[in-house]
Design a protein around this ligand. Structure first.
Ligand code: ARG
Length: 534
């Protein structure tokens, strides 16, 4: 099973081999590897326990491997971490929930993948040790001695281009960094094309099919440093074809930004009346850096916490307690957790009170509405109404300390008709006297009949007459009163919408007088009269 998988995986490599060499099977390189030296090693397996790629534990929940090792969905893959013997009964098997390829990964072109790296996220932390990633950006000096390990083929036959079976016990070999031109000559500059790859080889020693994704390290054991990741090559251990590795150091920014916590964002705060506008930029250490999945915004003083998505860069916080400085903390979130927060402090401008509206609520009656922002102490308020800057104050009232906005509605009657009024609110909470909010009342227009009131029905004793109001324009609300008239005289108690003439009404003229009272004035209209038939 293992052999079959490995073979298909490296078919593109096999296809490259033009000339068949002697059928001497060559070994990857010799020795069994010890757990003491390779504690950070990991194997990618199918759920049947068939290993198909190597890897290295770079954080308790992250394994670095090759991009071309994404052969199955995350749920179909398991990781054995920290074990050299894949059959050991006590080996640690971990589940995978994410396989993140390097953003620049490209499928193999002429056998050569680009940015051939992938980070595999484990659903739980491994106890296996973590290997640090080499610093700098370049490959180690030509000739540097490194070691590679894996469970891949121990033999390759160039005669029939076949790979031997993989192993259950981890094997390792030494290799030396090759000159870049040797590699470019061997594979061509189209295949071996970037500063993010390098080659390593030693006679008869090499990584082979199934070793992909495995670690190439300098030093050993606790002092081991991850230098490369097994990527590709023609055959295995062929004299003219050194093994090709992804250069770990070159990709350190992508690796660290993916396996670590996001950095503190850059935060800017702008204040407005009772509000704070928070703007931030995510700190991106490099273009390939993995973006945060979200941001968390907190107000230290109020305990407010808001989580937003990874594409959001601005938040407007309104209705805040004013007059006191507020500290806003912004942190970025990713799969690993919450990064450090950046904080900025600012004081929103005073806006204890906000005017909402002043409307005519009835004839000579006005209702004004204000909203008091949440306030920590009792707030005194009073409405002042008037015109031409001459305001008459209503008595002070107390709004108890509240964590929610308080709505203040104040209805005032007896407002003289036709006068343009203004209302304002003054507040006092011990420390702050708010700027007075002022709202103006709209000019009220008088009622005007668009269709005049009229009577409906037959003018006969015992038959119902209806007093239709017609249609009116003008500032609402209207208060409507009907009065039935007989020969122009008001009939006591006859103010309903309907009237039924009696014998006493026969031969007399009946009409309905309609009075419409609106904020803009009072208008009376009488319908044309009807003579009641007996
Ligand atoms: N592509 C192979 C794999 O998927 C690894 C190739 C390494 N070959 C070499 N000659 N170093 O396992």
């Amino acid at each position: 099973m293992r052999f079959g998988l490995v073979l298909t995986l490296c078919l593109y490599v096999a296809a490259l081999t033009g000339s068949a060499l002697a059928a001497t099977p060559r070994i990857v390189g010799g020795q069994e590897a010890t757990a003491a030296d390779w504690g950070f090693v990991a194997a990618l397996e199918t759920k049947h326990g068939s290993s198909f790629c190597g890897g290295a534990v770079v954080a308790p929940q992250w394994v670095l491997t090759a991009g071309h090792c994404r052969l199955y969905s995350a749920s179909a893959v398991q990781v054995v971490a920290g074990a050299t013997d894949l059959a050991a009964p006590n080996r640690q098997v971990l589940m995978v929930d994410r396989q993140l390829r390097h953003p620049l990964y490209r499928q193999p072109v002429k056998g050569a993948p680009r940015a051939d790296l992938m980070l595999v996220h484990l659903t739980s932390a491994t106890t296996a040790p973590v290997i640090p990633i080499a610093t700098g950006t370049k490959a180690p000096a030509v000739g540097t001695l490194l070691h590679v390990a894996g469970w891949g083929s121990t033999a390759y036959s160039s005669r029939d281009d076949t790979y031997g079976p993989g192993v259950t016990l981890l094997r390792q070999t030494a290799v030396r960094v090759s000159p870049a031109d040797t590699c470019a000559t061997a594979y061509g500059t189209k295949a071996f094309a970037t500063a993010a790859m390098f080659c390593a080889a030693l006679p008869d020693k090499d990584a082979c099919a199934g070793d992909s994704g495995g670690p190439l390290v300098s030093g050993a054991g606790a002092s081991g440093i991850l230098v490369g990741v097994v990527s590709w090559g023609t055959g295995c251990a062929l004299n003219d074809y050194p093994g090709v590795y992804s250069l770990a150091a070159h990709n350190r920014c992508w690796i660290e930004s993916t396996i670590g916590l996001p950095g503190a964002p850059d935060v800017a705060l702008a204040t407005d009346d009772g509000s704070l506008v928070v703007n931030w930029e995510s700190s991106k250490p490099c273009v390939e850096a993995t973006d945060p999945t979200g941001f968390r915004i907190r107000i230290a003083e109020t305990g407010h916490q808001i989580d937003v998505g990874g594409t959001v860069r601005r938040l407007d916080l309104a209705g805040l307690v004013n007059g006191a400085p507020l500290t806003v903390l912004v942190s970025a979130l990713n799969i690993n957790g919450e990064g450090p927060a950046a904080s900025k402090t600012a004081t929103p401008g005073p806006n204890l009170v906000t005017a909402v509206e002043a409307v005519w609520s009835a004839y000579r009656q006005v209702t004004t509405t204000f909203v008091l922002a949440p306030h920590a102490t009792d707030v005194q308020w009073r409405i002042e109404g008037g015109s031409d800057l001459k305001f008459k104050a209503a008595p002070w009232q107390v709004a108890p300390a509240a964590s929610e906005p308080t709505i203040i509605s104040f209805a005032r009657s007896g407002v003289p008709r036709g006068r343009q009024l203004e209302f304002r609110i003054a507040t006092f909470d011990g420390a702050i006297t708010s700027t007075t909010e002022r709202i103006e009342l709209s000019v009220a227009t008088p009622p005007v009949a668009i269709r005049r009131p009229h009577l409906r029905g037959t003018a006969a004793v015992g038959t119902t007459l209806h007093c239709d109001l017609g249609h009116w324009s003008g500032t609402r609300p209207f208060v409507v009163v009907r009065q039935w008239l007989r020969d122009d005289q008001a009939l006591a108690d006859q103010t309903a919408a309907t009237f039924v003439p009696r014998t006493v009404d026969a031969g007399r003229t009946v009409a309905c007088r309609v009075t419409i009272s609106g904020p803009g004035g009072i208008v009376r209209r009488t319908t044309s009269g009807l003579v009641i038939a007996s």
